[in-house]
Write a protein that binds this ligand. Structure first.
Ligand SMILES: C[S@@+](CC[C@H](N)C(=O)[O-])C[C@H]1O[C@@H](n2cnc3c(N)ncnc32)[C@H](O)[C@@H]1O
Length: 253
């Protein structure tokens, strides 16, 4: 059965209709994350590790890991984002699959999952994704997470409207407006996408997106239940806002 978050991946305009605009809207450099992962894999002696990038989006981070000599496989539930990632990382196997239950063999030295697990809002999905990661990792394999941290996310969810306008190929512009509010541990984001094409046509789509940030305790508890030892939990790496956690965990031997 497809999870709720996988269905959202295939319908949220950010991940589907306007997937082509993803890289224009998300401009933070992938380098700090890639370097942080690379440093830890190198320290663990995993020089040509097999890495699964779970929730790879457009493959920005997968590309950086490929460039450092890793064998990277791509996984995402959004066909459009996965297609962009596959184009960016030719030769990398690409799996259109649900994080909450996918059937890959346990062949990976590492799983990376950046900015994804907030999209999983139910306890069942969170546990299922972590259990899937444990299943595909070899004993001692490393898990790298980036998640939204609940306390700081709550402070940022002040109902203020944020707008970003980007110019796309052939002169179209996309204006993305988001207004995040906080309710019962969830981030409720009212999104509006306004696409204007050079011939004067304008199309508008509204979408209500929901996320559930994590507390450090929750990360530790769920990861432990799934069979991981949490080794590091630091402020987000390479993030422009201080509302993320960078987590390194090892699959128990
Ligand atoms: C905010 S994006 C992050 C993409 C990329 N990791 C990055 O940092 O740029 C979240 C990604 O998770 C994917 N995703 C969310 N829920 C998923 C699920 N249940 N199964 C597979 N992919 C999922 C979305 O399609 C999207 O590509």
């Amino acid at each position: 059965m497809t999870s709720r978050s996988a269905r959202v991946s295939a319908e949220r305009p950010f991940y589907d209709l306007h997937a082509d605009a993803y890289d224009a809207l998300v401009t933070d450099s992938p380098e700090p994350w890639v370097e942080a992962v690379h440093a830890r894999l190198a320290a663990a002696g995993c020089h040509r590790a097999r890495v699964l990038d779970a929730g790879c989006g457009t493959g920005r981070h997968a590309r950086g890991l490929l460039d450092r000599g890793y064998h990277v496989e791509l996984l995402d539930a959004s066909p459009r984002l996965l297609g962009l990632a596959a184009r960016r990382c030719p030769g990398s196997p690409a799996h259109e699959a649900d994080l909450c239950g996918f059937g890959l063999a346990p062949r990976f030295d590492a799983v990376t999952c950046r900015g994804v697990l907030n999209d999983l809002v139910t306890d069942a999905e969170r546990d299922a994704a972590l259990a899937s990661f444990a299943r595909v990792l070899r004993p001692g394999g490393l898990l790298f997470l980036d998640v939204r941290e609940a306390g700081a996310s709550r402070v940022r969810a002040d109902g203020t409207q944020r707008r970003r306008t980007v110019t796309l190929d052939e002169g179209a512009t996309l204006s993305f407006v988001s207004r995040p509010r906080w309710r019962d541990g969830r981030l409720l984001v009212a999104e509006t996408y306004e696409l204007s094409t050079p011939d004067g046509r304008v199309s508008v789509h509204d979408y209500d997106f929901e996320m559930r940030p994590w507390t450090a305790d929750e990360v530790r508890e769920r990861a432990t239940v799934a069979g991981f030892d949490v080794r590091e939990m630091l402020p987000g790496v390479g993030r422009s806002t201080p509302d993320r956690l960078f987590v390194v965990a090892a699959r128990s031997q």
